[in-house]
Design a protein around this ligand. Sequence first.
Ligand SMILES: [Zn+2]
Length: 173
Amino acid sequence: MVRTLADVIRAMTPHHAHNVMELSIRGEGNLNLSEGVRDAVLEALDYNSGEWDDDAAHEIADSQVPVYTSDVFREAGLIGAVASVDMSEFGPFDDIESGLKMALYEVYRTAVYLLVEYARDEIESDEPEIIHTACGRCGLDIEGTPGESDWRDRGNNSHCRNGAAHVPAESGE
Ligand SMILES: [Zn+2]
């Protein structure tokens, strides 16, 4: 079964997604912050027929930053990662609120990036590993997937010259 990015992300528990996104939110009961990011990623994937568009990270981060001052301060206080954003790249700011909004934006953008990267790695690990070795019978260079019987030489033949099937040489032989 081939999983899509959305399949992988949708199947993650809120805690798992939360950890992958490294939001390090203080206190219990704040998983809804990371769930908001995760749901926005799923929505963006859905909107784009399952394909990930890197521009979506910017839009999602923008949409997650609270509008109201009290929410900005509350959210920035909850998310420990806000403190680790290097603000020297963005400043100076007119006021603390603008700075916190920028920091939240950066945190969410990074969270989106980490989530999508994680899902991509998961899908990559689904793909069978192809190895290159020598045929144990005829010695030709062959490639194939461990555990499967179809091993091909450079001429794309699956058999040795004597008609037997190529087999990978035992490791260590
Ligand atoms: Zn062979």
